[in-house]
Design a protein around this ligand. Structure first.
Ligand SMILES: [Zn+2]
Length: 214
């Protein structure tokens, strides 16, 4: 039941972006992934037929499909659906965007925040679209470095602004859960184009994303 609700929720979310994808879960893939997980449970010494695990392979399969649904989204279409002509030419900053992604080396989560800025060059984009672009790239198997660059490149190529800045700060569970010493360490990555290559502009962006509202 909960999974059904999730499907509907996702379909609605995508509709808001003018990009509708119905039939979010592919039943054939779910079945295939679930059967593999059943085998994995056995390999781990578990009994997939015990009560608590009966539906686990299917749940894992659905969770995995959700966690990688970014493959089905075209982030540039999200931006194109809400681009407006506007003479505003100051920095636009969207900070503290939640990031939930999966490291492609261990298939374990990494999570944290993204901060994105651009300087318009005749066009602005609906503000809610920036987090959707982050989401589209995060919901794939990723490395944080590539995630950072993909967000930058998508905005740069689609919107063609005077510059784009992306900073991502994440905690990687493959580091904290696998016994590596610095359990709470945060990895920071950044990528800049155009005007943000100028030291003063970049410093202003960094000041804005670290400043609090009060
Ligand atoms: Zn990893």
């Amino acid at each position: 039941m909960a999974d059904q609700e999730q499907t509907n929720f996702m379909a609605q979310e995508n509709e808001l972006d003018g990009y509708v994808k119905i039939d979010r879960y592919n039943p054939k893939k779910i079945e295939s992934i679930a059967s593999h997980y059943s085998e994995i449970l056995k390999d781990l010494g578990e009994d997939p037929s015990r009560e608590g695990l009966l539906k686990t392979p299917e749940r894992v399969a659905k969770a995995l499909q959700f966690l990688t649904h970014g493959y089905d989204i075209k982030p540039e279409e999200i931006l194109k659906s809400a681009m407006f002509k506007e003479e505003y030419s100051q920095m636009v900053v969207v900070k503290d965007i939640e990031v939930y992604s999966m490291c492609e080396h261990h298939m374990l989560p990494f999570l944290g925040k993204a901060h994105v800025a651009y300087i318009p060059n005749g066009h602005i984009v609906g503000l809610s679209k920036i987090p959707r672009v982050v989401e589209a790239y995060a919901r794939r198997l990723q490395v944080q470095e590539r995630l950072t660059n993909e967000i930058r490149d998508c905005i740069h190529e689609t919107l063609q602004p005077l510059g784009v800045a992306v900073v991502i700060e994440c905690r990687h569970l493959c580091m904290s859960m696998r016994g590596i010493q610095k359990q709470n360490s945060v990895t920071t990555t950044s990528a800049f184009t155009g005007a943000f290559k100028d030291e003063k502009t970049r410093a202003e962006f960094l000041r804005l994303i670290t400043a609090s509202l009060d």
